[in-house]
Design a protein around this ligand. Sequence first.
Ligand code: AKG
Ligand code: FE2
Length: 283
Amino acid sequence: MHQLVGEEFITKYVNKSKPVIISGIIPKWDCFRKWSLRYFQSIAPDLNIYAKHFQNGQIKVENFPIHKYANILEKYEKTKADILPPYCHDTPLFSLIPALIKDVQTFPLDYLPKWYAYKWWRYCQFFIGSSNSLTPLHFDCLLTNNLFFQIVGRKQFTLLLSKESQYCYRHNWRWFKVDPEKPDLEQYPLFNNAKPITIIVNPGEILYMPPGTLHHVRSLDMSISFNIDWHTQKSVLTGLAAGLKGMPPKNVYYNFLLTLGLVLKVPPQVIFHFYKSYLNYIS
Ligand SMILES: O=C(O)CCC(=O)C(=O)O
Ligand SMILES: [Fe+2]
């Protein structure tokens, strides 16, 4: 959809839990012409990058000065060695480099509940990595809506609607054992019933994923993206109720905070103080 306005986005997609790709917004932003890892380095030379290895269901974190991380990615893009560089995944870069906020104007705040308007950028998380970087199949752990902004490079998303999770062999609340790129149907025969949708999100496009959408994400190029995970009044109550369906207590706690904000109108200034640890929460 081209330049979708807030009202249409909410009635046609959020209220109907339908994914959509939105074009025509990011290309008007300065980030679209400006951003690269070297640009981030030039304005924040002392930044430390935390990067993850996803290995057999485990997540290992390493950290590097930004110039070293840029060197590692550039070397990988030249050699395409067998070993993938670690992936800078889920980093609150707008809080670490506030000068980047002005590069994403005008942010589509009319897509979100008004409660998020106050310092909305604090809820955004960045993904910076080489081509071939992978985020294995999962859903977002608070059962939030996700607006995903693809700034540099392309990403291939394999999506499965929430109800398809029964065919994907779940482990640890949010992760799934099936590899949708090459599913082992002998080990995971139920996946035969699943209807995965594979899409490419191009630079300058925004992907909307409704709560509980399973996604497996493969970077096709060196890539810079960020998302905002956000609740509506309806999704936050569903997220809270998921405490009875195996959601870990820590996640229920974050959904409780967001319920205080979105439903009981406790101001974001108060809630964020307690919520901010979520932005460094690895689950
Ligand atoms: O871009 C990626 O690799 C993962 C994105 C993701 O999982 C998310 O935005 O929730
Ligand atoms: Fe995700």
